[in-house]
Design a protein around this ligand. Structure first.
Ligand SMILES: [Zn+2]
Ligand SMILES: [Zn+2]
Length: 84
């Protein structure tokens, strides 16, 4: 199983996007959860918005509530989590 550095998360997540089966717009909104390969805890939860929805303040928002959480199992982060 390959490890990646924390700086690679935002690039990597683009290849992990999962379309929500319950959303007709092929929405991939959600939290993408990365784990540390060192301590095995959650390293970071990355919010990804598909862009179809905007919040009142004009930022991108999640389409679905509750927002799905997708565990990223294909890669791990090669450092300890922040609380270790
Ligand atoms: Zn969406
Ligand atoms: Zn940890």
């Amino acid at each position: 199983m390959p490890d990646i550095a924390p700086g690679g998360i935002y690039t990597d997540v683009q290849s992990r996007l999962v379309n929500s089966a319950s959303n007709p717009n092929n929405c991939f909104c959600g939290w993408y959860v990365y784990y540390s390969s060192v301590c095995t805890h959650v390293y970071q939860e990355v919010p990804v918005h598909c862009g179809a929805r905007t919040t009142k303040s004009g930022k991108s928002g999640f389409c679905v509530t509750p927002t799905p959480k997708n565990n990223v199992g294909a890669v791990k982060i090669n450092v300890k989590c922040r609380t270790c």
